[in-house]
Design a binder for this molecule. Structure first.
Ligand SMILES: Cc1cc2nc3c(=O)[nH]c(=O)nc-3n(C[C@H](O)[C@H](O)[C@H](O)COP(=O)(O)O)c2cc1C
Length: 209
């Protein structure tokens, strides 16, 4: 066997190994994929907690984009998708917001924040109030994405406080048809906050009340 043959043989082996490996990596070939998906999802759901204490490690724009993408995957009434997001990485803007938002404690240390808003130009007239539930669904998706990405965040109220909403409108230059629902301060958690077990059988009513 000359050198060329050895080389071709080695290439063929490499190709076979790669093909075999890719087949094994294919989720469709893995009968247990649903179990691991379920475990991953429940781990995120049950480990999510409100995080208000952060390290000084920065959150990237790519990470923020992924979080907003998760927000936009939420369900919405009439599929109206009436959400808009304002992403902030400037500490000065976060501190300015914090100045008049006494409940938004997470902004003290967050390295990023996203303001979740409803767009009154996108609401369906059959159910205009759906903007609140739709943006809330988007917010929960984002909080779960934040947890899954090893970050922390907390839903900090703007709606339904008219003064809080107006203040956010001023600081962020929101047009009149944009309603801010909440601000989510985001950052790397210090680890002090822990998830709570909130399961309570008394909240569950089978078949009827
Ligand atoms: C509608 C809503 C408004 C909230 N507003 C604030 C807030 O303004 N500031 C804050 O620190 N946390 C706020 N939270 C977070 C709650 O305090 C938190 O979810 C609750 O204490 C349960 O804790 P957990 O998120 O760690 O499970 C809000 C949560 C929701 C759903």
């Amino acid at each position: 066997m000359n050198k060329q043959h050895v080389l071709i043989l080695l290439l063929a082996i490499a190709l076979l190994v790669t093909t075999f490996k890719n087949q094994n990596d294919d989720p469709k070939d893995d009968g247990n994929i649903n179990i691991s998906k379920k475990e991953a999802l429940f781990s995120v759901i049950f480990n999510r907690k409100s995080v208000r204490k952060f390290t000084n490690q920065k959150v990237s724009m790519e990470q923020l984009d992924t979080i907003m993408k998760a927000g936009m995957a939420a369900p919405s009434g009439h599929d109206a998708r009436p959400w808009q997001f304002v992403a902030i990485t400037d500490r000065n803007v976060m501190l300015k917001l914090r100045k008049n938002l006494k409940w938004a404690r997470g902004l003290d240390e967050s390295t990023a924040a996203i303001i979740v808003c409803g767009d009154m130009n996108k609401i369906d007239p059959r159910n205009p109030e759906f903007w609140i539930t739709d943006t809330s669904a988007a917010t929960q998706n984002m909080l779960l994405a934040i947890e899954a990405m090893g970050l922390g965040g907390v839903w900090s109220t703007l709606y339904p406080g008219p003064e809080r909403m107006e203040y956010a409108r001023q600081v962020l230059g929101l047009p009149s048809y944009i309603m801010p629902l909440c601000v989510i301060p985001i950052g790397y958690p210090t680890g002090v906050e822990k998830p709570k077990d909130k399961y309570d059988k008394n909240n569950i009513h089978w078949e009827s009340w």
